[in-house]
Design a protein around this ligand. Structure first.
Ligand SMILES: CC(C)(COP(=O)(O)OP(=O)(O)OC[C@H]1O[C@@H](n2cnc3c(N)ncnc32)[C@H](O)[C@@H]1OP(=O)(O)O)[C@@H](O)C(=O)NCCC(=O)NCCS
Length: 182
């Protein structure tokens, strides 16, 4: 499968060489604050994750941004839990390189994943789960067109307190309407 290109970002298949950075990121409490990761992760677990058998459409993708004439790995993302009949799937993203937060890359990646979901995978609904306290993430998803759909009250316990889990989604019809505006 060819790479997915945006203006400043590209999504490519994961490589074994990426694992060192992934390992550092999933063990960084600042990065995992908004994720369902509570235990230290080993390199063996990372390798298992990389090599897991999954639907080819659900393979995680590495996020790279333009740096000079080359590309820099900053995180990973993916589409998972694809439901064939419902044409529905969940999206996820992790930008592990904290120096690259708040530069609009998250919103661009999610826009690319939406284009992939609707334009390539022919899905009808793409949703995600985000902790209410993860304000940066919520704002980034709003910029990409996600709308708040529901709130699972106190559904997660993290760092000594409960937080709500928000469900945000984009429907194919909404995405099509937005494309026509452009
Ligand atoms: C969440 C994540 C994907 C967002 O990507 P990003 O590239 O950092 O975010 P963007 O630049 O697209 O958007 C961030 C927005 O939040 C705003 N923001 C950041 N911190 C904020 C805060 N404390 N309060 C209010 N707004 C905030 C930024 O100003 C920006 O909005 P603006 O463009 O209107 O100014 C990325 O930070 C990340 O991967 N974090 C770690 C893992 C994680 O939490 N993943 C998501 C799990 S659901």
């Amino acid at each position: 499968m060819s790479m997915i290109y945006g203006e400043r970002v590209r999504l490519r298949a994961n490589e074994r060489e990426d694992l060192e950075k992934f390992y550092a990121w999933v063990n960084d409490p600042e990065v995992t604050q908004g994720l369902a990761l509570n235990m230290p992760m080993s390199m063996a677990e990372e390798e298992k994750w990389l090599n897991a058998q999954r639907d080819p459409h659900e393979k995680p993708l590495s996020i790279e941004v333009r740096k000079g004439k080359g590309w820099k790995l900053i995180g990973n993302c993916g589409v998972f839990s694809i439901e064939i009949t419902n044409r529905n799937a969940e999206l996820g993203i992790l930008i592990g390189d904290k120096t690259e937060w708040n530069k609009g890359y998250g919103a661009e990646v999610m826009s690319l994943l939406l284009r992939h979901c609707f334009g390539t995978l022919n899905l009808n609904r793409a949703f995600l789960r985000v902790y209410a306290g993860n304000v940066r993430a919520v704002r980034s998803y709003e910029k990409a067109g996600f709308v708040l759909e529901g709130r699972l009250r106190e559904a997660v316990y993290k760092n000594g307190k409960y937080d709500d889990v928000l469900i945000m989604s984009v429907l194919r019809s909404e995405w099509m309407a937005k494309m026509k505006e452009k």
